[in-house]
Design a protein around this ligand. Structure first.
Ligand SMILES: Cc1ncc(COP(=O)(O)O)c(C=O)c1O
Length: 361
């Protein structure tokens, strides 16, 4: 006889990682930063005392982040990747019978995080063009709503929420509902109208802002994320955390990354410039692509998604296939750009994609 598991957990699909690429192909399936690790970060990791447990409170890293964000250290919490913090926040605020509202498509981890907490997902479809339908998200609030997740830039559509849209949305959210603004790709945003979570915190006591070292700072392999918000909310997240999960190498690397932030952000600027060329190239090839604000672009391909992925893969580009909705392609190495644009031209020439993509994109 098998042991009795929670049926909703047993039924969960395991988290799907971006597919690995063959040696000669580019892995553009996980929104990773293609730059090699900065030598100052490697040096800092080398000083770790691996025989000791890490500082569970990550005091030095939190102090640095607090100073940078202009808040007190108690208003900063770090986790083993911002995904861990998402788990903690949702578990701290929502349980059985409670609802968590989020846009869909969005970050693939959200549904599992809600299910693990025992709560119920309320997924609000994005508008055509990939933007959050914030009116519909606000209209979905009930007396069971405990958490709302807003993701900007949204993974996978790469669209943003503007300050004006966010302000109008927050005016409709009760102050007892926790709003998580997931800004994993914040550093890639250049649009001056985009909402900025750290600015908005002053206006909304029920808001927490989620950031990560995995993307712009290139530390995906070490797992460090951070969040800023009211200390009593973050205390609840800390209570829901696995103790000592942010390792000493990870803390050291994150501090070193802050020390060389200017270097890392100049790498981000290169990626942004590359993103522009990818966006313009895909559009010129005849694809409808939402203007990208993260380190990735979104090709809504509907029923043609797996066929598009196959053509791209033939051309040495491994993107992230998301059901029958579309394919997300990260901005990767410089050499990947030409390959991607050549493959996109082949997609347009060989697949009956145009009408479907224009309708969905
Ligand atoms: C929107 C969004 N939020 C959060 C994360 C989690 O990142 P990490 O756990 O590496 O900090 C990701 C990772 O892809 C993401 O796309």
């Amino acid at each position: 006889m098998a042991v009795t598991l929670r049926p909703e957990i047993a039924a969960l699909p395991p988290y799907r990682q971006g597919r690995a690429a063959a040696a000669e192909a580019f892995k553009l399936s996980s929104n990773e930063n293609p730059s090699p690790t900065h030598p100052a970060i490697l040096a800092a990791i080398g000083e770790s005392n691996l025989n000791r447990y890490p500082d569970g409170a990550a005091t030095e890293l939190r102090a640095r982040l607090a100073e940078r964000a202009g808040v007190s250290i108690d208003e900063v919490h770090v986790g083993a990747g911002s995904s861990s913090i998402l788990y903690q926040l949702v578990q701290a605020a929502a349980g059985h019978g409670d609802e968590v509202i989020y846009p869909w498509r969005s970050f693939e981890a959200y549904p599992g995080i809600v299910t693990v907490a025992g709560a119920t997902s309320v997924q609000i479809p994005n508008l055509p063009g990939g933007h959050h339908d914030l009116d519909a998200m606000a209209a979905a609030i009930t007396d069971r709503t405990r958490v709302i997740i807003v993701c900007t830039p949204n993974n996978p559509t790469s669209t943003i929420v503007t300050t004006a849209q966010f302000t109008a949305f927050m005016a409709k959210v009760p102050p007892t509902v926790l709003v998580i603004l997931d800004e994993a790709y914040f550093e890639f945003v250049t649009d001056p109208h985009a909402v900025s979570g750290l600015v908005e915190l002053q206006n909304h006591p029920n808001l927490v802002v989620l950031r990560t070292f995995s993307k712009a700072f290139g530390l995906a392999g070490l797992r460090v994320g951070w969040t800023v918000g009211a200390s009593y909310i973050l205390d609840a997240a800390r209570s829901a955390a696995i103790p000592l999960a942010v390792t000493e190498p990870a803390q050291r690397a994150a501090i070193a990354a802050l020390d060389v932030e200017a270097d890392l952000l100049s790498g981000v600027a290169e990626l942004i410039e590359r993103r522009t060329r990818v966006f313009e190239g895909l559009t010129a090839a005849g694809l409808t692509v939402p203007e990208p604000h993260g380190n990735f672009v979104w090709v809504a391909a509907g029923a043609e998604t797996s066929a598009v992925a196959a053509v791209l893969e033939d051309g040495g580009i491994v993107g992230r296939v998301l059901g029958a909705d579309g394919i997300r392609i990260s901005i990767g190495e410089e050499e990947s750009v030409e390959r991607l644009l050549d493959s996109a031209a082949r997609v347009v020439a060989t697949l009956p994609l145009a009408a479907e993509n224009a309708r969905l994109g």
